[in-house]
Each structure stands twice: as structure tokens, then as C-alpha cells.
Design a protein around this ligand. Structure first.
Ligand code: UD1
Length: 387
């Protein structure tokens, strides 16, 4: 390790919730591969804590156990954000990091950025500038605020810079590097678990899939789809209709499962056509997405993964913060528009669905580009002014 790497504090990477892990894993690997880079330190806020939501993914992604786990758990947004801040502050004081790297848009992203910026520690935001323009989404608030206080902003698509410019972010702070989530996808693809193995492990009766073994893959967890009875019932009813055309495999997020239970909606799920699973590991999910005939989701990351894999994706939301997946990729934003969804499904099954191409710099090397930019940036900051 060279002089700089020894003389400045660690690069502190923060994760909190499931979608953060796939973005941080390639970054840590790329820092470790650079002998001139400072050491990395991984802090987990504990926003997600279930074995299914957490431990399995760490193993799949080759992420070592975090150096520190703040174990904040669940709560209201205010409670969770406040608790993360309270517990993160002494960790930062203790480690004196050279920067704090946050990814994505979860509550942990904003909470840790706020703590760091007030201590004059540079905040590096990976996946900056994405906007749904829907301020009812908690993630949109987290994105806008994190980007305002970040020192360096790395973007996944060119439209992000325009969003940031409009919000007054200085352009020299913004760097288009591509998509770290696709780095993970590319590295993981050869290890993806075949759906037949997932079905066997979950005791799914393969005859449900019919002769052609075709299936749709579904994930829903956004508050707008699952937090009130009417919306969730509407979503499940539409999915029920889709399932008559194509059997559906649905790993259920804990919040979705809890709400189906609470609202008494299990009756809307026909177990002969729709298979509800526990949350799956990363490599299982990758295999299911890759081999699905179509995907229906409200996840941000899965919109990108389907575009990268060329799998048709229907996004059950009214908007997307990832417009490139629609403009260039396989994604169609369908909301809970029953007739639109059924029409899209019919087209996909008939082989005349939308096709796409791989967006610029979604090439598996985004983390490398971030490290190549950030290490000299940190070195420059560390130099005494009158050296
Ligand atoms: C969070 C992110 C969302 C991301 C999602 C991925 C925010 C605002 N939202 O939403 O952007 O797409 O993670 O999953 O940060 N729960 C468990 N076990 C867990 C974690 C949560 O049972 O390990 C249950 C709890 O009942 C909890 C609920 O899920 O109240 C919601 O968890 P929370 O972390 O608040 O948000 P997510 O819906 O997971």
C-alpha cells in the first residue's frame, strides 16, 4: 500500500437495505484491487435484518461481514432515519474516514450522508441524479436531499446530470460512470441458480409451469402498491388475471406478505397459478429473472436488471426514476392499468413485445471507473495547501 493509502482515513461504505448490497460489493472489490487506494470499511445500518433479506445476499455477493452493524431495525421513517444518524455519528468520529460512500436512495443513504456532511467529511453518492418527480415516494426525498449535500456524484445514465443541473448541483461534481449494479449482474450471471433448482429447493410442483416451463417473475413492495388494502387488492387481482395466461413466481417482501395477511387478501392468490416464495438470494433471483418470459415489478433495480438481460419488464408504478430502461431498455411503465398490462402480456407471449438494447457504460466496469476517479480526488484533497 502506498503512502497516500496509509496516510488518509478509510473509505467508509454504507449499506442499509437489500438493494444497497449489490451496488457496494463491486466498489469494495475495486478499491481492494487498487494498491494505491485507502482501505475500505463497511458499515451496515441494520435497516434490513432478516436472514432472507440480508445474510443470504451477503454470502451470494461475496461481501464480508460488515465491520460495524448499527442494528437499527425497522420503524417509522423519522424513527429509522434518526436512529441511524444517532448511531452512525460515533462510528464516524471513531474511524475518521476520508470519505463516506452511500449508494441508492434508502433511508440509510440520506441519514449517513447528513451525519458525514456536517462533520465536513466528503459524501460520495453512487447512483446520483435519478428522479421519479414523485415526492410521495420516500426514495425521491432521499435522492434529492442526498444529492444536494454530496461532494461527488456518480451517475448511471446521462439524464441524471440534467436533473442535477436543474437542481443547482455544480456540474464538476457530477461524473457519468455507468451502473455498479450491472457490474454485479455481469459477475454473478455465470453463478446464477437455474430456476429448476430454485423450484426444487422451494418444493414447487414443476407441473404447474406446464410443458413449456414458461413463467413470469413478480416482485412488489412499494408503499404505493402494498400499503393500502385497495391498491394491494387491485394489484393482486390484475396479477391473478395475468396468471391465467402464464404461471407467476412471486418472492414476497416481508412488508407485502404482512399486508396480504393483515388485509385478508390471500384469497386473491390462486395457488395453482401463482407461487408465493420467501425472499430469494441474489443468485436465485438472477436465475429467475434471466429465464423468465416476462417480469412484473415495482423495484428500481429489477427495471435495470431486466434491461441488462433483455427480458421484458412491466413496471407497476406510475413513473420511473430510471428513464433509460424505458427509452433504450425493455421496460414499460404500466401502473395498475389492467387493460394495458393484459395487452402487454399478450404481446410478449406472442413474441412481439418491446425489445431493447444495453445502455451506455452498463458494461460491468462502473466500479473500476469510480475508483479510478475517486482515489486521485482523495489524494488531491489530502495534500497540504502550501506543499
Ligand atoms: C426499503 C427501501 C426501498 C427499497 C427496499 C428494498 C427506504 C425508504 N425504502 O424499503 O427503497 O426498495 O428497502 O427491500 O429506505 N422488514 C422485515 N425484515 C427486514 C426488513 C424489513 O420484516 O429485514 C419489514 C418490517 O416490517 C418493516 C418493513 O418490512 O417495517 C419495511 O422495511 P423498511 O426498511 O422500512 O423499508 P422497505 O419496504 O424494505
Amino acid at each position: 500500500m502506498d503512502e497516500l493509502a496509509q496516510s488518509i482515513g478509510p473509505v467508509m461504505c454504507v449499506v442499509g437495505a437489500r438493494p444497497n448490497y449489490m451496488k457496494t460489493a463491486p466498489l469494495i472489490r475495486a478499491f481492494r484491487a487498487d494498491p494505491g487506494a485507502p482501505r475500505t470499511m463497511l458499515v451496515h445500518t441494520g435497516q434490513h435484518y432478516d436472514v432472507a433479506m440480508n445474510d443470504r445476499l451477503f454470502a451470494d455477493l461475496g461481501l464480508e461481514a460488515p465491520d460495524i452493524n448499527l442494528e437499527v431495525g425497522s420503524g417509522t421513517h423519522a424513527q429509522q432515519t434518526a436512529e441511524i444518524m444517532r448511531r452512525f455519528e460515533p462510528v464516524v468520529d471513531d474511524a475518521a474516514p476520508s470519505c463516506v460512500i452511500v449508494v441508492g436512495d434508502v433511508n440509510s443513504t440520506l441519514a449517513c450522508s447528513l451525519v458525514a456532511v456536517k462533520k465536513a467529511i466528503p459524501v460520495i453518492h453512487v447512483e446520483a441524479g435519478l428522479r421519479s418527480f414523485d415526492r410521495t415516494m420516500p426514495e425521491e426525498i432521499n435522492r434529492v436531499l442526498t444529492d444536494q449535500i454530496a461532494d461527488v456524484l456518480y451517475t448511471t445514465e446521462r439524464s441524471a446530470a440534467e436533473n442535477l443541473r436543474r437542481e443547482g448541483v455544480a456540474m464538476p461534481r457530477v461524473h457519468f460512470v455507468g451502473n455498479v449494479m450491472i457490474d454485479t449482474l455481469k459477475a454473478g450471471l455465470q453463478h446464477a441458480v437455474p430456476p429448476a433448482v430454485v423450484f426444487a429447493n422451494n418444493r414447487v410442483d414443476m407441473t404447474l409451469l406446464g410443458e413449456r416451463r414458461r413463467f413470469g417473475f413478480v416482485t412488489l413492495h412499494r408503499p404505493s402498491n402494498v400499503d393500502d388494502r385497495e391498491s394491494l387488492a387491485e394489484a393482486l387481482t390484475i396479477l391473478g388475471e395475468v396468471s391465467h395466461e402464464l404461471p407467476l413466481i412471486c418472492p414476497l417482501h416481508p412488508r407485502t406478505r404482512a399486508n396480504i395477511e393483515r388485509f385478508g387478501l390471500w384469497g386473491l392468490i390462486d395457488g395453482r397459478r401463482t407461487i408465493a416464495l420467501q425472499p430469494q438470494g441474489y443468485l436465485e433471483t438472477l436465475g429467475l429473472i434471466r429465464d423468465a418470459t416476462l417480469v412484473i415489478t415495482d423495484s428500481g433495480g429489477i427495471q435495470e436488471e431486466t434491461t441488462a438481460l433483455g427480458v421484458p419488464c412491466l413496471t407497476m408504478r406510475d413513473n420511473t426514476e430510471r428513464p433509460i430502461t424505458v427509452e433504450q431498455g425493455t421496460n414499460i411503465v404500466v401502473g395498475r392499468d389492467r387493460s394495458l398490462i393484459l395487452r402487454c402480456v399478450a404481446e410478449i407471449l406472442a413474441g412481439v413485445g418491446k425489445r431493447g438494447r444495453i445502455p451506455e457504460l452498463w458494461d460491468g466496469r462502473a466500479a473500476e471507473r469510480i475508483v479510478a476517479h475517486l482515489v486521485p480526488w482523495l489524494a488531491q484533497r489530502a495534500e497540504p495547501i502550501y506543499a
